[in-house]
Design a protein around this ligand. Structure first.
Ligand SMILES: Cc1cc2nc3c(=O)[nH]c(=O)nc-3n(C[C@H](O)[C@H](O)[C@H](O)COP(=O)(O)OP(=O)(O)OC[C@H]3O[C@@H](n4cnc5c(N)ncnc54)[C@H](O)[C@@H]3O)c2cc1C
Length: 390
């Protein structure tokens, strides 16, 4: 039937379930023990990076042709979900590795793919994505960073803002204006390396949540790079950046699911233990109804996210783009709004204890907030959905 959804892809396969079990065990053993300290000290989760790299989970989306696992979109969602369930900051390692590298996978030359996907798959270097600027956030096409051709080189100048994992990543996909007269069609994408002369970083932002994920400005001061570092044709950078977001907004939805699941799991356990009025608070119908609503919203968000992942996979396999833009935006928007509600309710269920750092749910609530903001705010997602109604 024309336009019918891919029901067969909605449910994870046995392999997906096995992957989830493996990542959950790893995350609980090697990532969860550091999550509170990573948040408290606002430090990079090095233990998580090492655990993910040791298990080839830092960038499982990289195709097999470049030494990666060639995992499908749903498998990548599951990895991010399970890591975010215990530590949202750590989940930005696989998520942003996909965000930063997907422009190369989607539009880069074969040489560029070989050169940069191979070290990413081996865990030798992470990738960041540089679209936003101080004066170009929701209106990303209003960017000012420029790239000017000089013989066999391009020379980049400008400031990129809010760049996740900046300073830690070796590689940066940078969108820059190559023809100011053409606005979004005059933007091109490039790979910039941390070691390129003229690249430097601002101080880490002091954030509400995801404190373990460094967010910095990236300064490009006469950065001279070989012309073959351009991703795709001149003037296609903005289109590549947007196509990338169609796929990767689903990874933010995954992050939101994981954070919300972590909060729900914790609250479920807590209400069995905590006694008031002579019985566990979980015996009160008012509390049961809150948990029921939390689980209902989470499952709805999960189904939408997995449906979006199925569409992402179909497009990656050469299928039609139809539906992906709407589903990617809808999954990100719905799952992040759900995560904000669920984590806030988890804090409520723990009462005064939930409001303290002695319990993990306040961290989860702070971490959930970012999922409503980055890769396009939820207002922007609604604009995207309205323009691409099914
Ligand atoms: C922790 C963090 C990590 C990030 N990581 C990255 C990264 O790795 N790479 C990257 O490129 N960017 C990154 N970003 C940037 C992020 O994508 C932007 O912050 C986001 O797109 C919003 O842009 P802005 O902050 O300039 O807000 P603005 O665009 O100034 O928006 C302010 C408010 O106005 C609303 N608004 C704006 N325009 C409209 C409209 N047309 N209709 C209705 N409402 C509107 C917005 O929804 C928002 O509520 C990150 C941001 C943060 C905070």
């Amino acid at each position: 039937m024309a336009g019918s959804p891919d029901f067969d892809l909605y449910r994870p396969s046995e392999e997906h379930d096995m992957l989830r079990d493996a990542v959950r065990s790893l995350a609980e053993a090697k990532i969860a023990p550091y999550a509170a300290a990573v948040d408290e000290e606002a430090r990079f989760p090095q233990e998580a990076l090492e655990a993910l790299v040791a298990n080839d989970l830092q960038a499982i989306h990289v195709p097999e042709a470049y030494g990666g696992a060639g995992a499908d979109a749903l498998a990548t969602v599951i990895v991010i979900e399970e890591v975010a369930r215990v530590c949202a900051s750590s989940s930005l390692i696989p998520a942003v590795n996909k965000l930063g590298s997907l422009p190369v996978i989607l539009s880069g030359s074969e040489d560029l793919k070989k050169k940069y996907m191979t070290p990413l798959a081996k865990g030798e270097g992470m990738f960041s994505y540089c679209l936003s600027e101080p004066d170009a956030g929701s209106d990303a096409a209003g960017m000012k960073t420029k790239a000017v051709r000089d013989g066999d080189y391009w020379v980049l100048n400008g400031v990129k803002r809010w760049i996740t994992n900046a300073g830690v990543s070796e590689y940066y996909t940078v969108m820059a204006v190559t023809d100011p007269a053409k606005r979004s069609k005059g933007i091109s994408a490039f790979v910039v390396e941390k070691s390129d002369e003229g690249v430097s970083f601002g101080a880490p932002e002091k954030k509400l949540g995801i404190k373990g994920s460094p967010t910095r400005e990236v300064y490009l001061d006469n950065v001279r790079i070989p012309a073959d570092r351009m991703i795709g044709e001149e003037g296609t950078g903005f289109a590549t950046a947007m196509k990338t977001l169609d796929h990767t907004r689903i990874t933010i939805a995954a992050q939101a699911l994981g954070i919300a699941q972590g909060a729900l799991d914790y609250a479920k356990g807590y209400v069995q233990e905590r006694k008031q009025f002579g019985k566990p608070i979980g015996d009160f119908q008012g509390v049961q109804f809150m948990l029921a609503d939390m689980a209902m919203k989470l499952e709805a968000a999960r189904q939408l996210t997995y449906a979006a992942a199925a569409k992402s996979e179909r497009v990656s396999a050469g299928g039609e783009q139809e539906g992906l833009t709407f589903f990617g935006a809808a999954a990100k928007c719905y799952a992040s709004d759900a995560a904000m509600e669920i984590t806030t309710d988890a804090v409520q269920l723990l009462g005064g204890y939930g409001y303290t750092r002695d319990y993990p749910v306040e961290r989860m609530m702070r971490d959930a907030k970012i999922t409503q903001i980055y890769e396009g705010t939820n207002q922007v997602q609604r604009i995207v959905m309205a323009r691409n109604l099914p």
